[in-house]
Every structure is written in C-alpha cells, then in structure tokens.
Design a protein around this ligand. Structure first.
Ligand SMILES: [Zn+2]
Length: 396
C-alpha cells in the first residue's frame, strides 16, 4: 500500500525550491516504524541538478519527511508523553500497543509535536480575518476570558537572572501563563451562571506578559470575540492581568476573582486587628458580607478609622486599602451576581492544575523552557479538544 505512494510514474513534473525541474534518481528504501510494527517502504528520490537539493514526494504525501515514524505512531507518542512522564508513556505504549520506543524517543516526539502545534495555532491566529462578517445566528451572548500564572520547576540554567519569590532570592520556578476562554448562555433556577458545556479552551506558555497578551487575544478572537455581545475578563488583581485586559479587551467588563478579593480583605483585617483571633474573625465576616454586597467604600471608610499605630502595620494596611480603592469597580459582586455572571476565576485555576500542574509539577521534575512550552502547547490543544483539528490540518 505504501509503495503506491512512494514510487511510480508521476503525471506532473516536480520543481525544486530554486525553481529548477527535479530529476528522478531511482528508488530508496526507508524503514518506517508504524503502529503495526516496522514496515520497509520504497520511494522515489528526486534531486535538483542545479542546487543538489533532494525531495521524496512519497514522504511528503505520507507526512514522514525527516522522520522514520508514521503519523499514527507519532500521534500515540505525543499523547503518551503529554499525559504522564516520558517513562510512563514508554511503558503505556508497550502495554497498550506492543510498541518498543525509548522514554527519550517519547520525549523528543512529544516535544517536536508540541512545537509544531504551537506554530500551527500561532499561524491560525495570524491568518484569522481581521473582521468577522455579520452572522447573527452565531452571536455569542456572553464570553469569558480568564488568565493566571503558575510556577513551573526549572533546571538551574533556565533560572539565571530570574528573581525568586522569597527573601533568599533563589528562584526555583518560572511562571507559566495560562488563559482560558469559555461562554455562558444561561443561568440555573436560582440565577447562578452555567458554563456552556465543552466551551472551555486554553492557551498558555512560559513567556512575557506582552507576548502572552497576543496569545490570549488570538484565542478569544478565534472563539468569536467579534461576535460576543458581552465580554467579561476574570482574574486576580495582578498588575499584568489588568494591563492585558485594558490593552486587548477594552470593551470587557473586568471582574476580580471573589476569592482573591476576600484574601485581600483578610490581609487587611490582620493588619488592623492584630492577634485577637475572635475580633479578627468577626470583622472579617462583616467585611466579607460587605464585599458580597459590593460595598467596598464602606470597608475602606471603616478601615481608615482603625489604622494601626505601628508604622509597618499602618503601611501594610494602606497598601491593602489602596488596592481596594483602585479596584472597587471590579468588585461590585452584588451587581455581577444579579446579572447572572461568574465572579470566581475557578475555571482558569482548575486549568492551571489540570493543564500544567498535573503534568509539569510532579515531584523531582525540572524543565527547560523549550521542553515545558512544547508540553504546555500539546496539553492546551488536547484539553481544548482540538487534537483532531490539528491532525486533520496536517493531513490537508
Ligand atoms: Zn534546486
């Protein structure tokens, strides 16, 4: 079956990249590894008389240029390597399919496919039409865009110049940024929002915020940003999260994740009340209730009246107050809830665990940026249910 693709008379002449007509140079044998075991395959070799470049049209047709592994096998290896450690992946392939490959092979193939997927999704973003035509049937009532960061453990040489979180200044991780896009059409009987089933897709990488901004913007655009009647950006109050929202989604309603807001309230209570646990708990409950009611100004007003004497605590309290003041419009949880909107960034946080944590943050793991980004790309495509899209585009 393969031989049919690899050799035989060609109807059309083959051209080299340099424009010259290629000449047939006989048939060469290649040993292919397939999911049915090794298969010898004969295919015609063509060479350019001018620049000596070589092409095997059969390899191009079968998608085995520069590799001896069939697409089916590569697909299995990529999946195995993206699901668990490369060693586990190797064992799975042996048990499920009787295939003998090394852990290093699984790593190499998974990494290469991850890189190709990253290029594929970037090209897809870049080729997207700049404007969507009007398609009223396809309007999206409500689109959410949410993103967050999570640390990935790195090899020491990948951490040169990276500042650590702690006082000793030694970083062990680099931040991967992960974003998700999902939609909502309806609420339940109690008015709580319902995420559209299977509507969540992911995009992420270890990269600078500016670069990631275009990635998540591209993903939102692919999902129909232009056709969304309403857009909500959900995130913690981190500076980069806010900056990206202002730059790429100025039309969006911006909401700070309720649980992050609560943490800030707790931190504020701690600085004001000190070590009296009971008092601290009472105040916290009261202010959380005010927060739920969207009454951030009341919290600020009360906090200002009880500023501590200790200059360090006072400073800490003022930082929290400033945070609340700056972000108060993004904390009107009563209004958001009344409109049936999500107020928590649980989806992207769960994504940080399932897309990145489960595979990249196992104990003892140390990654290169390149390797980690390839696996993140693979897992984003997989968890977005887009693996088939990718393989189909390759076949095409
Ligand atoms: Zn040539």
């Amino acid at each position: 079956m393969l031989a049919e693709h690899g050799s035989g008379r060609r109807e059309q002449e083959l051209l080299c990249r340099c424009g010259q007509r290629l000449e047939s140079r006989g048939v060469r044998r290649k040993e292919l590894m397939t999911i049915l075991g090794p298969v010898a395959y004969d295919r015609s070799r063509y060479q350019c008389p001018r620049c000596q470049a070589v092409r095997y049209p059969g390899d191009e047709a079968l998608d085995v240029v520069g590799t001896t592994r069939s697409p089916g096998l590569r697909r299995m290896m990529a999946r195995a390597g993206s699901q668990s450690t490369f060693k586990d992946g190797r064992d799975d392939l042996k048990i499920y399919a009787g295939l003998e490959v090394s852990a290093k092979d699984v790593e190499r193939v998974a990494e290469r496919i991850g890189q190709e997927m990253d290029i594929w999704s970037r090209e897809e973003r870049e080729q997207m039409p700049a404007e969507d035509g009007p398609e009223p049937d396809k309007d999206i009532p409500l689109m959410y865009i949410s993103y967050d960061g999570t640390g990935v453990p790195m090899r020491p040489e990948e951490l040169v110049g990276v500042k650590g979180k702690h006082a000793d200044g030694v970083a062990k991780t680099r931040e991967a940024k992960l974003g998700c896009v999902f939609t909502q059409t309806t609420v339940d009987e109690e008015g709580r929002p319902i995420r559209d089933p299977d509507s969540t897709t992911f995009a992420g990488a270890i990269e600078r915020a500016e670069v990631f901004g275009w990635r998540i913007y591209g993903e939102a655009w692919r999902r129909g940003l232009a056709r969304a009647r309403r857009v909500v950006v959900l995130g913690d109050g981190a500076e980069w999260v806010k900056n990206l929202a202002e730059m790429h989604f100025p039309q969006a309603l911006s909401i700070i994740d309720l649980y992050h807001a609560r943490q800030h309230i707790s931190a504020l209570c701690r600085t004001l009340v000190g070590s009296d646990e009971k008092k601290m708990e009472r105040r916290r409950q009261r202010w959380w209730a005010l927060l739920d009611a969207g009454r951030v100004e009341t919290i600020i007003f009360q906090a200002r009246r009880f500023l501590p004497e200790d200059p360090d605590l006072k400073k800490a309290a003022e930082i929290e107050i400033r945070y609340l003041d700056k972000n108060k419009e993004r904390m009107r949880y009563n209004t958001f809830r009344a409109q049936g909107l999500f107020v928590g960034s649980g989806v992207v946080e769960a994504g940080c665990k399932t897309v990145i944590g489960q595979r990249l943050k196992q104990s003892g793991m140390e990654w290169s940026v390149r390797g980690a980004n390839a696996i993140i790309a693979l897992r984003c495509i997989m968890k977005s249910n887009r693996l088939e899209d990718y393989w189909e585009s390759r076949t095409a």
